[in-house]
Design a protein around this ligand. Structure first.
Ligand SMILES: [Cu+2]
Length: 177
C-alpha cells in the first residue's frame, strides 16, 4: 500500500508539473483540483475496478481550456489490454447507486456528445493493473456542475458517449476550480 501511495504521489506530482509547465501568462487565472482516493464501487457485480484507486488532476490554465490527467492503480491485472470508458459526470459518487452520478458533464452546446463538449478519459489497463489517461477539453467546468469521474465497462462510443455499465466512481470536488 505504501508503494502504491508513493506511486500515486509521484504520478500526481508529475502530472501537475506537466500540466503547469509553460503556463507563463502573467494574467492567466490558473485553477486546479486534485482527487486521490479509493474508487467508490457502483456495481454489485465483480469487475476489474474493485479495490482500485484513482487520481485525477485537472488544471484550467486561464485560456478557456482544461487539462485532465487520470491515473488508476489496483485494477485487476488480468484485465490488461482492455479499454474502459471514463467521463466527468455531474452527480456525486454514491457506492451501490450508479444512477446518483447523473449524466455526463456537457457544455450544453447542442452538439452530439464528444470530447469537444464533454470530458472523456477512456483508458487501457496496463500490465500490473495500472492505467493512465489524459485529455484537453476546450472549456472550463462551471461552478457546481460536476462532482465525479465515472468508470464504465466498455469503451466510449463516438457520437453517443455511451460506454456500458457504471463500475466505479472517483469523487472530485470541481467546485474548487
Ligand atoms: Cu460516463
Amino acid at each position: 500500500m505504501a508503494t502504491r501511495k508513493a506511486m500515486l504521489w509521484l504520478a500526481g506530482t508529475t502530472a501537475i508539473l506537466s500540466l503547469t509547465t509553460g503556463l507563463t501568462g502573467a494574467s492567466a487565472q490558473v485553477s486546479a483540483v486534485t482527487a486521490n482516493q479509493r474508487l467508490a464501487d457502483l456495481s454489485a457485480a465483480d469487475n476489474p475496478t474493485d479495490g482500485a484507486r484513482g487520481l485525477l488532476v485537472a488544471v484550467s490554465p486561464g485560456d478557456g481550456s482544461t487539462r485532465f490527467v487520470l491515473v488508476l492503480t489496483g485494477l485487476d491485472p488480468t484485465a490488461a489490454g482492455t479499454t474502459f470508458g471514463a467521463h466527468v459526470h455531474r452527480g456525486p459518487c454514491v457506492a451501490g447507486n450508479a444512477a446518483a452520478a447523473g449524466p455526463h458533464y456537457n457544455t450544453g452546446d447542442g452538439g452530439v456528445p464528444s470530447p469537444e463538449n464533454e470530458v472523456w478519459l477512456d483508458f487501457i489497463v496496463r500490465r500490473g493493473g495500472v492505467a493512465t489517461s489524459r485529455t484537453v477539453a476546450p472549456f472550463e467546468i462551471g461552478p457546481d456542475r460536476a462532482q465525479s469521474v465515472v468508470i464504465h465497462a466498455l469503451p466510449t462510443q463516438p457520437g453517443t458517449g455511451v460506454a456500458g455499465a457504471r463500475m466505479a466512481c472517483l469523487p472530485v470536488d470541481f467546485s474548487l476550480m
